[in-house]
Design a binder for this molecule. Structure first.
Ligand SMILES: CC(C)(COP(=O)([O-])OP(=O)(O)OC[C@H]1O[C@@H](n2cnc3c(N)ncnc32)[C@H](O)[C@@H]1OP(=O)(O)O)[C@@H](O)C(=O)NCCC(=O)NCCSC(=O)C[N+](C)(C)C
Length: 496
């Protein structure tokens, strides 16, 4: 049973809009209340970025996009929904008033999360009739890509609420981290604030400019933090002797004058101008939209790398992505149970993303194989060979592949794949897959492949069980009526 089937976003700026995009891309309808005259445009732009990012992030079948409904009042927006996310400007009185109004019209069991970056949930829930269902759900920008949500309960928040919130954010691909005690700015913003103070001192005192400071981070510990955070990284730094050794070695430095962050830098006009000018130079004329695009592509690349981490099991944010995709595949597999086998099966729709393009400016070789593999996975799910089947010990393995490249696929190009069975028996599936341009239907690449049904533990081919063969048979019978595809049976070296 889903925690969130319908959501509301109260406040639709950069954060509220990105929450709305997260919900919608997880297939959840969203009511939006934001009195700003440009709200619809801003949310539209955030949604466009989010859709682009998801196109790069995952091949898993996203559910049909949730619908946005722009509402004239808070009451209209929150009535009857399961989760309300408040993201109005960071002023205690304003937020408290909005949350109290949400409380008056929302279902008593609806969850109410606040995106506040630092206000205490106990202060926000002070005037509520049903305060037990209110908590802080603090996300990180861009909310549609970065998976963390800090979940912080106030004095009156129930434990059940926090548990449901954790489950709810998992449904939309996020990692809910429960903060044990409420404190201003929670955990993430406290850490950022410390770093930010120190950074301002370093720039003010001309130790470095903004670009140098950013370089120090992104070429070094920024990369470490993305995958292991602070403590686990330092554990490794302690060598064989681990954390205790690290603390013994570097603990004394804490007393040395290595930081100024307890003093607050005076952000006067001169310092603002200095940082502004250095930041302008660093951007080298790139617009915010361009920087957002670069950021999103990089974040997707990092998550892909982390998905392949830990020997392919996935690590940190990459493991979370892999688990989210498993859930999407499980649901998408169900949707694909109705199919039309009177022609080649239409199994995948995708777009060429930036990470797939090589130095020749087109989709690179191994991404073709990835698409062919993802297509055979889609066929396998259709005949009941899903995660549960594989976990139970059997699977199909590819033993032969012949790829032909007939056209180019460029960045952003929409593609789909179709699969035609050529021959099957109790062990073998021999099939032909085409990658086609979505607009013209032109065939860009083909693969002729053979899969064998295997007992994974024994590492030997074995006949597939009757229930799998029964699902394969009607497709095979229909496909036997189709013409043999042009290119099937070719060998390398043959003239076209
Ligand atoms: C385990 C393995 C797949 C098979 O090993 P085996 O049991 O020793 O298999 P045999 O060589 O005895 O072959 C069994 C029967 O199948 C016939 N066969 C084998 N290869 C072909 C072929 N290319 N074309 C046609 N027929 C073939 C063979 O003649 C036998 O026929 P019988 O009538 O005598 O039964 C083993 O090969 C293995 O582990 N290979 C590696 C597989 C692998 O790692 N593939 C890459 C993984 S990618 C992938 O699987 C993608 N995806 C499907 C998950 C999307």
């Amino acid at each position: 049973m889903s925690i969130i089937t319908k959501a509301a976003c109260v406040g639709g700026g950069v954060i509220g809009g990105a929450w709305a995009a997260r919900f919608a891309l997880a297939g959840i309808d969203v009511n939006i209340f934001d009195p700003h005259p440009e709200a619809e445009r801003v949310i539209g732009e955030v949604m466009a970025n989010a859709e682009k990012a998801y196109g790069m992030l995952t091949m898993a079948p996203l559910p049909p996009r949730g619908k946005f409904t722009f509402c004239k009042t808070i009451q209209q927006a929150v009535e009857g929904v399961d989760w309300i996310q408040e993201s109005v400007p960071e002023r205690l009185e304003l937020k408290r008033g909005v949350i109290t109004e949400i409380d008056a019209f929302a279902r008593p069991d609806a969850l109410i999360g606040s995106s506040t970056s630092g206000l205490l949930p106990s202060d926000l829930q002070a005037d509520m009739k049903y305060p037990e269902r209110m908590f802080v759900a603090h996300p990180y920008n861009p909310v549609y890509l970065l998976p963390l949500v800090e979940l912080v309960g106030g004095k009156k928040t129930s434990a059940q609420t926090i548990k449901r919130a954790e489950e709810g954010v998992a449904e939309i691909g996020m990692k809910g981290v429960v903060i044990a005690k409420e404190i201003e700015a929670f955990v993430g913003d406290r850490l950022l604030e410390a770093l930010w103070r120190e950074a301002l001192w370093l720039v003010q005192d001309d130790i470095c400019d903004t670009e140098t400071l950013d370089n120090v981070m992104r070429y070094s510990f920024g990369m470490r933090w993305a995958q292991m955070g602070l403590f686990e990284t330092y554990r490794i730094a302690g060598g064989e002797a681990g954390m205790r050794h690290f603390l013994a070695q570097f603990g004394p430095c804490l007393k040395w004058p290595w930081t100024k962050f307890t003093d607050v830098v005076d952000l006067d006009d001169a310092l603002v101008e200095k940082i502004g000018a250095q930041s302008d130079a660093q951007a080298a004329g790139r617009s915010i939209r361009e920087l957002e695009r670069i950021r999103d592509e990089n974040l997707v690349g990092i998550m892909h790398a982390l998905k392949a981490g830990n020997g392919g099991e996935g690590w940190g944010a990459g493991k979370l992505l892999a688990d989210f995709e498993k859930r999407l595949w499980a649901k998408g597999g169900d949707q694909a149970k109705t199919y039309d086998a009177s022609g080649p099966l239409h199994l995948l729709d995708t777009k060429v993303n930036a990470a797939w393009v090589d130095y020749n400016g087109h989709m690179t070789e191994h991404r073709y194989l990835q698409l062919f593999g993802d297509t055979s996975d889609a066929l396998l799910r259709l005949i009941g060979v899903d995660f549960a089947y594989v976990e139970a010990g059997h699977s199909y393995y590819t033993v032969e592949t012949h790829i032909r490249h007939l056209g180019e696929a460029k960045l952003g190009q929409a593609l789909y794949t179709t699969l035609q069975l050529l021959a099957t028996d109790d062990k073998r599936i021999h099939f032909f897959t085409r990658i086609q341009d979505a607009a013209s239907g032109d065939v860009i690449a083909t693969a002729e492949q053979m899969m064998l049904h295997v007992d994974a533990k024994a590492g030997k081919s074995v006949p597939a069980p009757a229930e799998v063969l029964a699902k394969l048979k009607p497709i095979a019978e229909e496909h036997a009526k189709l013409a043999v595809p042009e290119g099937a049976g070719r060998h390398v070296g043959q003239k076209r």
